[in-house]
Design a protein around this ligand. Structure first.
Ligand SMILES: [Zn+2]
Length: 255
């Protein structure tokens, strides 16, 4: 049930009977040379299509942009930044709260959005509401450890294969080469370096870390349509199931 398809009387009926809504947010950013900029938005959009027949929770339109300031050097990548995204989420959640929503479920496609969602969740909890983050790619790791992956790696490549195999540019898949900081300090991941076996954060623009923009450990060449389909089906079923438990949970008591 898409909120954008309802008339205002239909929405009024919905909010009279329900205090839950499903929001979603993605990102438009580099995902390696082989995946589309909209990877973090396209996969949640596909998940919403899969979730819709499994639930009667109203589904709000997705916010396609997110916070990805470390990637804006790649052509086409744009970021709302943390402050603007916080303002957007605060406005939207307070708007829905005014219509009676107390339980917010947010399907999120991008790790950089998490600090904003955490902050909005705390604000809402103090107002007697709750916000649960459905970070689909992290949930997938718990549902099946074999699905664990990184940024633009096999997990996300599989997800895009489930959206549309034509969106993966197989000719552009390259091996991952992470640029070290020095002879002694090696790159370890998206935001971290490793020195004498210890991983520490040292945040750099992603173009300073990677020429092609995917950061493993899961090599994209291992992705399959079946992996993507199974993974997104499992995530959609989990989210629909979680929302039923979430709407039964007591709200935090606040004066
Ligand atoms: Zn992503």
């Amino acid at each position: 049930m898409r909120l954008a398809h309802m008339t205002w009387p239909q929405a009024g009926e919905y909010f009279k009977k329900n205090d839950i809504i499903l929001l979603s947010v993605g990102s438009i950013e580099c995902h390696g040379k082989h995946l589309p900029l909209g990877t973090d938005t396209l996969i949640p959009e596909k998940l919403l299509d899969l979730i819709e027949p499994l639930t009667d929770v109203a589904i709000a339109p997705i916010i396609p942009f997110g916070a990805c300031d470390s990637q804006t050097d790649y052509p086409g990548t744009v970021s709302l930044g943390l402050d603007t995204l916080y303002d957007v989420f605060t406005k939207l959640t307070q708007g829905y709260r005014a219509h009676g929503v107390r339980r917010f479920v947010v399907l999120n496609g991008h790790g950089g959005n998490i600090p904003v969602l955490d902050r909005v969740a705390l604000d809402l909890q103090r107002q007697g509401c709750m916000l649960a983050e459905m970070n689909w790619w992290l949930m997938a790791w718990d549902l099946n450890p074999a699905w664990k992956g990184g940024h633009g790696g096999a997990e996300e490549t599989a997800g895009i294969l489930a959206v549309d195999p034509k969106l993966v540019d197989w000719d552009s898949v390259e091996d991952m080469v992470l640029k070290p900081v020095s002879d002694e300090i090696e790159a370890a991941g998206f935001k971290t370096v490793r020195y004498k076996g210890v991983e520490i954060p040292l945040v750099r623009p992603v173009t300073d870390i990677s020429d092609n923009g995917w950061i493993g450990p899961d090599h994209p060449k291992n992705a399959t349509v079946e992996w993507g389909t199974d993974m997104l089906d499992a995530c959609a079923k989990y989210i629909a199931d979680f929302m039923e438990a979430f709407r039964r949970a007591p709200l935090p008591e606040r004066k």
